[in-house]
Design a protein around this ligand. Structure first.
Ligand code: ADP
Ligand code: MG
Length: 513
């Protein structure tokens, strides 16, 4: 059967019809040969987020818009337009082949490789595209066959070097629906990348480091010029090196001799944003790799998350604190504005669909988040038990070891399944002296200065200088937190850590009996 192309009803007729099979393909089967024969450049594959294939850097200008396929960037009058990756991919195909009818099956193969999707998805994307480029008649539907781009397009080769592209935190325009109360934090971290190439987001387990890191990565992916790679370090397989995991994201060719070669080569071509999430699990390996990258790849910006710093040259530390909690004596309306409270209510409402909170309940939620020190993981876990225990009982239960044993989401990583698991891991990484000091500090008042510690800890077996060092080391490993009041530093232990240490000590006493 010949292709049935209805052109007569369109004013903007295509210049030619190419890239289409003479035999009309069956719309419900995926024709892989068609994909190969499209002549469409591999860089236009919409799954190819990193776009590492070599291709000429070109710009396509139509009306007020400039499209950079290689940089995966669309500008309107010089300003970046937010556009989803898949929608952008479709635009690239259509603009690169402006004036040709591109068969809808071909578009679907390129847009949704490896999956069979309903054609309605394509229509939705085309509709979104028409809205973005503010013109209904720029993309013409050829009934039952495909689409063509009907605007005049000027094609230019781009010669400017975009390697020194700067990140601007003003570009932070993504929706913050999924993440509660980190707006300022996100802007701060992003803005620090303007002058620094390595930021380490440091804080205790469950404080939200990975959450913030993924929000930043999402933003980076929408910025011009940056290619991103995100490595979840704890989920690497035993024996799998971080560098190998990065290299495997940068190339599909698995025959390389050294992952470092691939990394240096790929990262030198583009401005690069690398996230190494959860480095506390591989501190030494991560430090060496980061040090190497900072020295060898000048265009690479790195975000690290870890319970403790890497301590490499050029590292800028950003301490992530728990979510802020309401103080006592606030009214329910004020309490509701606090991020820790918002997170509790949001999570609780997914477990109890008819969650009804009266003023006294909101006061209780405020008190619970205060007891949990605003630690997001603890808040999520406790909120998930609301249907079983109710607010009153929860408030009492979280005072004891029950807090450590409550399990959260089944889908959570094992290390986050309970607070006990999370703390046990951190505790096991401490030296014997650090464990001893942490045990002593568990019975101190909430905020303690270094002087208080020196006076109160039994220093018979330990030098004062060593004590200083141990306190700093516990703080650096995020087992102690720091609060600054005027110029004074106070150390404190999160409530969950305190309960954990009391349990450890009582267990030890029982063994000694
Ligand atoms: N600001 C936040 N808004 C919503 N959920 C959060 C926030 N911070 C943390 N969480 C949730 O708390 C849990 C622990 O956070 P995560 O980022 O994994 O902590 P970390 O990496 O510091 O150990 C996760 O389930 C995460 O989704
Ligand atoms: Mg994490």
């Amino acid at each position: 059967m010949k292709a049935q192309v209805q052109l007569s009803s369109y004013e903007n007729q295509p210049k030619s019809i190419t890239g289409c099979n003479t035999t009309r393909p069956d719309f419900f089967t995926v024709d892989h040969k068609a994909q190969k024969s499209t002549g469409c450049h591999p860089g236009t594959r919409m799954e190819n987020i990193s776009g590492m294939e070599d291709r000429k850097d070109e710009a396509f200008i139509f009306g007020d818009f400039t499209l950079y396929p290689q940089r995966r960037l669309l500008l309107k009058k010089g300003k970046k337009i937010p556009i989803r990756n898949r929608t952008l991919g479709l635009l690239i195909i259509l603009v690169e082949r402006a004036g040709e009818i591109v068969n809808q099956d071909e578009l679907m193969l390129l847009g949704w490789p490896r999956v069979v999707v309903d054609r309605v998805n394509l229509r939705v994307q085309i509709h979104a595209l028409r809205k973005i480029i503010e013109s209904k008649d720029s993309i013409i539907t050829v009934s039952g066959y495909g689409y063509y781009f009907a605007k005049d397009v000027a094609r230019h080769e781009v010669t400017d070097d975009f390697s020194d592209a700067k990140i601007s935190y003003e570009e932070l325009s993504f929706s913050l629906n999924e993440i509660v109360g980190r707006e300022e934090e996100l802007k701060k971290v992003m803005s620090r990348f303007e002058d620094h190439r390595l930021i380490s987001l440091v804080g205790p387990g469950g404080v939200g480091k990975s959450c913030v890191a993924s929000a930043i990565t999402k933003t980076m992916m929408t910025l011009p010029f940056f290619h991103s790679v995100f490595i979840d370090v704890p989920s690497l397989m035993k024996g799998e090196k971080i560098a190998e995991s990065i290299a495997s994201q940068l190339t599909k060719n698995e025959t390389y001799t050294s992952p470092f070669e691939i990394i240096v080569e790929s990262m030198s071509k583009h401005a690069f944003f690398l996230v190494l999430d959860g480095c506390e699990y591989r501190l030494e390996e991560a430090s060496k790799l980061v040090d190497f990258l900072l020295n060898r790849v000048p265009q690479c910006h790195i975000l690290v998350t870890s319970r403790e710093p890497l301590f490499v040259d050029g590292e800028v530390l950003h301490q992530l604190s728990p979510l802020s909690v309401p103080s006592e004596h606030l009214d329910s309306e004020e309490i509701l504005t606090y991020p820790a409270v918002r997170l509790f209510i949001e999570r609780a409402s997914t477990y109890l669909t008819e969650l009804e909170l009266h003023s006294r309940d909101i006061l209780k939620v405020g008190a619970i988040t205060r007891k949990l020190d605003g630690l997001p993981l603890a808040i999520e876990i406790v909120a998930s038990k609301i249907a079983i225990f109710g607010l009153n009982e929860l408030e009492t239960l979280i005072d004891g070891v029950f807090l450590l044993r409550m399990s959260g989401r089944r889908t959570a990583q094992p290390r986050h399944y309970t607070l006990g698991n999370m703390l046990e891991w951190s505790y096991n990484m401490l030296t014997a002296n650090e464990k001893w000091l942490l045990g002593q500090l568990a019975s101190f008042k909430k905020f303690t200065s270094l002087d208080d510690i020196i006076q109160s800890v039994d220093t018979q077996d330990i030098e004062i200088a060593e004590l200083h060092f141990l306190v700093e080391s516990l703080a650096s490993k995020s087992m102690l937190s720091i609060k600054r009041d005027n110029l004074k530093r106070y150390y404190y232990m999160l409530e969950a850590t305190k309960i954990f240490m009391h349990e450890k000590l009582s267990h030890k006493k029982q063994i000694l009996k």
